[in-house]
Write a new protein. Structure first.
Length: 87
C-alpha cells in the first residue's frame, strides 16, 4: 500500500513539474500580449487577482475581463504551438 502512494506521489510530482514548465512558458509569451488583454492577464496571473477583481481595477465588466483572458490564452496557445512546430 505504501508503494501505491509513493507511485501516485511520483506521478503527481511529474505532473506538477510539467505544469510548472507550462506556466513559465506562458509567462514568457505574455510579452506578446498587448493592451487590455495583457493588463487583465497580468492582474490575474502576476498580481494574483480574481477575474472580478481585475475587472473592477480596470473599470470593465467581469464578462469583458473573461473575454480578454480567453483571448490571451488563445494567443499564447497559438504562440506555444507555433514554437513547438518550429523545433
Amino acid at each position: 500500500m505504501v508503494r501505491a502512494y509513493a507511485a501516485k506521489g511520483a506521478d503527481f510530482l511529474r505532473a506538477l513539474e510539467r505544469r510548472h514548465q507550462e506556466v513559465l512558458l506562458m509567462l514568457d509569451y505574455r510579452k506578446q500580449l498587448r493592451g487590455r488583454m495583457r493588463q487583465v492577464f497580468d492582474l490575474k496571473y502576476i498580481e494574483g487577482m480574481t477575474q472580478e477583481q481585475a475587472a473592477s481595477r480596470l473599470h470593465i465588466a467581469r464578462r469583458v475581463a473573461g473575454i480578454y483572458l480567453q483571448r490571451a490564452h488563445e494567443r499564447i496557445g497559438k504562440l506555444m504551438s507555433a514554437q513547438n512546430h518550429a523545433h
